[in-house]
Design a protein around this ligand. Sequence first.
Ligand SMILES: [Zn+2]
Length: 422
Amino acid sequence: MTVVGRARNSQGNGPASQQDMRRRNLSVVLGAVAAHNPLTRPLSRADVAVRVGLTRAAVSSLVDELIGRGALTEAETAPDGRVGRPGRALSVRDQGPAGLGLEIGVTHLAACVVDLRGEPRVWRRVERANAGRPAGEVLAATAELAAAAEAEARGLGLSVEGRVLAVPGVVPNEPAGRVERAPNLGWHTVGVADHWPDPDTAPEPENEANLGALAEYWNAEQAVETFVHVSADAGIGAALVIDGQVFRGARGFAGELGHIPVHPDGIRCACGARGCLEQYAGQAAVLREAGLTPPCPGPAGSVAAGDPAAGDPVALLAERAGAGHAPTLAALDRAGRALGLALASAVELIDPDGLVLGGTYAELAEWLLPSVRAELAERVTVRPWAPAALRPSALGRRGPVLGAAQTTIRRIMADPTLLPVG
Ligand SMILES: [Zn+2]
């Protein structure tokens, strides 16, 4: 049963403010322990009290509850030479509560389980052609992968408390649990739970670009608070992170960068308009411009990521570009120009601290960055703009599924009472 969901209702009998205060303090204490590096020195309850500015008695009660909910562990440490008696060291558990992330891509399925420290413990990826197949069939295959990942996690002592599914489509704010449209999969209005074998364990869908951006925000060494994350797989997705929060728009449609016009009278797009970015910087467009036919998929339409011989078009582009294939270099330069043009508008409009190229763009960054940067330098003129503010994501294609898994962990960190009392 999924315990950690998007919405939460206040429960219990006490005054709301008192419960909220306790919840907040549990979160602060859990966060203080998570922020401590256990390799430097042991962290005691007294240390935590000093760090969070609460009394030792209050912290002890909060720590007891966090241990009871399976979030913290407290181990005996070796006798302290100075005091001459053993201490107690707090740490976030690497067993127990975990989050499951799932991803449906056009040519793959992926799963990831992270523990409460946010560390990935299980990774699974299946190459599989999903475009044009019935949603029920794709979701049944995803459920199978989810079951296998959860079984592996159980073997590591982890228990999945929440499930989030990354999809390359629009997930409206309301109603929850529904994918409104995913053009590259051929989906229209798909309720995930309607097709999941056990509706109790059905994952909550979310747009993959949003999850990729959040993964970047949560895991980057030097994260900025306001940035645009552009990712590409079969289509182009973008997410706006503003003050550390994904901006979803009024209905959940924000970030459709792929359909921003870059040539007013340009190529007709599948969306019906002309000159959309996707027609110049999308994977199919770049392959076409490079004179490359999309590589032949393997049996059952499968491709192997990172292997041009096994049907991965991005690996093929990287291989050709690396070998100095002139048409591929020209196609990537043109894509970078178009991307830079679209991003210049985004920069002028929202004044971000940074731009991140994620998804498969991260693997092509070496060839895209110069032309994107050149375009930005030419067009972002009314505000200061440093070339280094545009950078590739370190997570690349793994971003969305990692973000999906970590979503549950972030919710638990913000409200540890979501965890059942053990
Ligand atoms: Zn379009």
